[in-house]
Design a protein around this ligand. Structure first.
Ligand SMILES: *[C@@H]1O[C@H](CO)[C@@H](O)[C@H](O)[C@H]1NC(C)=O
Ligand SMILES: *[C@@H]1O[C@H](CO)[C@@H](O)[C@H](O)[C@H]1NC(C)=O
Ligand SMILES: *[C@@H]1O[C@H](CO)[C@@H](O)[C@H](O)[C@H]1NC(C)=O
Ligand SMILES: *[C@@H]1O[C@H](CO)[C@@H](O)[C@H](O)[C@H]1NC(C)=O
Length: 770
């Protein structure tokens, strides 16, 4: 999402109008919800088939569509949908956001004295680091409950354009913070879990709220060295598209049953995604069978016409998008140009009807046409259900589960509070509030800053060290920082980034800590009396090699943007009330990566002939600062393989041309490997004296054919183990799905030969034969 670039004059006018609107509007304060078919106050509406709940969704939608004029129909193609008062339909605002809590980004949702804030969970990248699918869904449930509660008092919509499931392909991406990281499996599980949590209602076809997986597809350049998402053409191979960029969307639609997908601003191989019939009608609606609507980014259709000059006329732009499968336009472009497009014969009224039918069906499933929501399921929810102690506790728990311990020399952590007389708390992020909630935020219930969280346990001395994370030379306040560290038993440095460093429409060019942060850390660590704990608060990764190797820095934690309760969660980990269990959801590259690899190069696979190192743990061949999946605990875990097959025979369909001695791989279409699977049984032991949760990763390294990944995640499972406890983990491996790969042409293949399964340092070779 983002503002479409207009002229500055228009921007100013728009702001001015918003301001006027703000001054005069009292609707924002909230009280009564927006809904259609208010039969109770207007009994004549009851005779309309679309208001009659004894009919099925399809029938009701058809009834509604046939009552509308063409002009009215066009009004339902945009986020601010038309009101049709003669039919008892108020204007509906489609655009609300709930990335990690109900958000005020998007005009559909507001906070007021009635509901001053909502639970603000950690930014998604940290939640993803928990590798806990139960948690993903639990957060979604709380967010949808709070959203419904706010809807009932007229403060929030029913359609949320969250989550962002783009693959975090490049560490510089300003929006990487919003995503579940670089791995397709993790992103798929996150998408499925969070969407289920948001959407799942008591009845199967109904929706609690409607989620939206965005931004489809191959989108992760916002603005890098002046190259902007609005005009960027992502050149993507079929192979990379199918095995990296598409999987989260596919899972979101097929497993998560999401009600919407949003197409992005960028082009993929020369075609704007929102005007690509193969990507929209072909893949999302055809292959994946989306039950819902496809919406543009805000306003992709305008961009493809005005900035990409993809069509000659605005009517052509409207027509090709709708014909490609777009149902709803965030923006006003389709409202302004679709009528003329129909009149000009570029598309038919039927095409418009098809789009709005998809939109209405989602509103139907949400109960929007069932009368007052306060008399419907969820009708009892209200302000009392927002920011409940349980919801806020889940925000704290989510942050605890995500925080990653990267270094812990001599078991420096956890600190024992009773043995500490003074703790120095230093750094530009040491006492921040707003920074902790990242972007696509809402007003939180309350904040606990890192300083507040730590100070609740021990006596603290605070020094900012720098005025802000930019940490320019002038803003460096070394003396007070050094004095604090020199006098304290322990020092906690909280540094990193905020939205001034990485945000929407702003990618980084460097992976180093901003400004003088490195000097601040090094100088403080030199004079500190006691051990130094470095806390990195950021969405994207940093090259902190200097701290990794600096013996004066005992411990390093990455805490993402930890949400409203972030400071409490950081303290929980530092003082050992929670045993850290988070794992990095992205590779931490050295600065040399940013110096040598253009962000715009979409290739996932390395190219030894040019020195291109590839991207993400699956393909990257260079040095790392930290790896995907890294993360320590206060205890140790060991893995023991109980059972896994050594040989799997793939049945071939009759007449298959592949002779077992010649083929390096077989096409899935030619095998009978459907339903072919096996279990990997593991015993996991907590060998320490402290309870903890542990994520078991099952990776596979396939034979090196077809540009296969170095390794890829086949499954992960998080288990809780008491001191010295032993647990069982069973991975169900589906040979077709989990061990196959996509070849250069985008065909699914099963490589024959030795697949090496790894769990921690454990390796097991599995041979696939025909
Ligand atoms: C709704 O439809 C049912 C089934 O056709 C019909 O019996 C009922 O009278 C309708 N309700 C109203 C209010 O018209
Ligand atoms: C820390 O931040 C809180 C919340 O903004 C503020 O009330 C408090 O005064 C700050 N503490 C210090 C020592 O600056
Ligand atoms: C660590 O601290 C000592 C003094 O306590 C200093 O001499 C040394 O240079 C420091 N090491 C680094 C890498 O900064
Ligand atoms: C996963 O998250 C849920 C919800 O917070 C929690 O109850 C559970 O203990 C977590 N699982 C592990 C293994 O930590």
């Amino acid at each position: 999402m983002g503002e479409a670039p207009k002229s500055h004059l228009l921007d100013l006018l728009f702001l001015f109008l918003c301001f006027l609107c703000f001054l005069c509007s009292d609707g924002v304060a909230g009280q009564t919800p927006v809904f259609a078919c208010d039969v109770a106050s207007n009994p004549s509406l009851g005779s309309y088939g679309f208001c009659n709940t004894s009919y099925g969704t399809e029938q009701r939608v058809a009834d509604l569509v046939k009552r509308l004029t063409l002009q009215e129909k066009v009004g339902f193609l945009v986020n601010k949908a038309t009101a049709v008062s003669r039919l008892g339909i108020p204007s509906y605002e489609w655009w609300s956001e709930a990335l990690h809590g109900v958000s005020y980004v998007g005009p559909g949702t507001h906070f007021s004295t009635l509901v001053p804030g909502a639970t603000s969970f950690p930014q998604v990248i940290l939640t993803a680091a928990s590798f806990n699918t139960t948690l993903f869904e639990a957060i979604g449930k709380v967010v949808s409950t709070e959203a419904r509660a706010m809807h009932n008092v007229g403060l929030a919509g029913l359609t949320y354009w969250s989550p962002n499931v783009n693959i975090f392909r490049d560490p510089r991406w300003g929006r990487g913070q919003e995503t579940p990281g670089e791995d397709p499996l993790l992103a798929s599980k996150y998408a499925t879990g969070y969407v289920r949590g948001l959407q799942e209602a008591d009845e199967p076809e109904k929706l609690k709220v409607a989620a939206c997986c965005k931004h489809y597809t191959a989108y992760d350049v916002d603005n890098w060295k002046g190259i902007e998402r609005y005009t960027f053409n992502a050149v993507v191979s079929k192979q990379d598209l199918d095995d990296t960029f598409q999987p989260p969307f596919k899972s979101c639609v097929i497993d998560g049953n999401v009600a919407s997908v949003m197409c992005s601003y960028n082009q993929v191989n020369g075609v704007p995604t929102c005007a690509d019939p193969d990507l929209l009608s072909g893949t999302i609606r055809g292959d994946w069978k989306l039950n819902g609507y496809i919406v543009s980014d805000c306003d992709s259709v305008n961009e493809l016409y005005n900035r990409q000059h993809y069509t000659k006329t605005p009517e052509d732009a409207a027509a090709i998008s709708i014909l490609a499968g777009l149902d709803l336009n965030c923006g006003s472009f389709l409202r302004d140009h679709t009528l003329a497009a129909v009149q000009g014969g570029k598309l038919t009224e039927k095409d418009v009807e098809k789009a709005i039918t998809n939109n209405f069906a989602v509103l139907m499933r949400l109960g929007f046409f069932d009368g007052d929501p306060r008399n419907l399921p969820y009708g009892g929810l209200g302000p009392k259900d927002v920011c409940t102690p349980a919801n806020q506790e889940l925000a704290r728990e989510a942050a605890r589960q995500g925080i990653v311990l990267l270094k812990n020399d001599n078991g420096c952590l956890p600190l024992v509070s009773s043995r500490i007389k003074s703790l120095a708390v230093i750094g530009p992020n040491a006492n921040v509030t707003f920074t902790m909630i990242g972007n696509y935020e809402g007003t939180p219930c309350k904040y606990t800053t890192p300083l507040q969280g730590l100070a609740a346990n021990v006596k603290t001395v605070y020094a900012a060290g720098c005025a802000n994370v930019g940490c320019t030379g002038n803003s460096l306040q070394l003396d007070s920082a050094k004095a604090a560290a020199a006098a304290a038993d322990f020092t906690v440095l909280v540094v990193g980034a905020d939205q001034s460093i990485e945000r929407e429409s702003f990618d980084r060019v460097s992976l180093l800590l901003p400004g003088q942060q490195t000097s601040l850390i090094t100088e403080v660590a030199k004079v500190a009396k006691g051990p130094v704990i470095l806390v990195i608060m950021s969405g994207g990764p940093f090259d902190i090699s200097f701290a990794k190797t600096n013996g004066n820095i005992s411990s390093i934690l990455w805490v993402g943007y930890p949400g409203e309760a972030g400071g409490a969660a950081i303290a929980d980990v530092i003082f050992g009330y929670y045993n850290p269990s988070g794992r990095l959801p992205v590779t931490w590259y050295p600065q040399s990566f940013a110096d040598s690899v253009p962000m715009t190069d979409m290739r996932m696979r390395s190219d030894p002939s040019t020195g291109y190192p590839g991207r993400t743990y699956r393909f990257y061949t260079g040095d790392t600062v930290y790896e995907f999946g890294d993360g320590l605990s206060y205890t140790d875990y060991t893995h023991h393989l109980v059972k896994a097959p050594q040989l799997v025979s793939i049945p071939l369909v009759e007449g298959h041309s592949c002779d077992s001695r010649q083929c390096k791989s077989v096409d899935l279409a030619g095998t009978g490997c459907n339903d072919l699977g096996f279990d990997v049984h593991l015993r996991v032991r907590n060998s320490g004296n402290r309870a903890g949760s542990h994520t078991v990763f099952l990776f596979s390294t396939p034979p090196a054919v077809h540009g296969a990944p170095r390794k890829h995640l086949v499954g992960f499972e998080k288990v809780f183990l008491g001191p010295k406890a032993v647990g069982q983990v069973v991975f169900k491996v589906d040979v077709c799905k989990d061990l196959s790969m996509v070849d250069e042409l985008g065909n699914r293949k099963l490589a024959l030969g030795s697949h090496v399964l790894h769990v921690g340092s454990l390796k097991h070779s599995l041979s696939l034969k025909v």
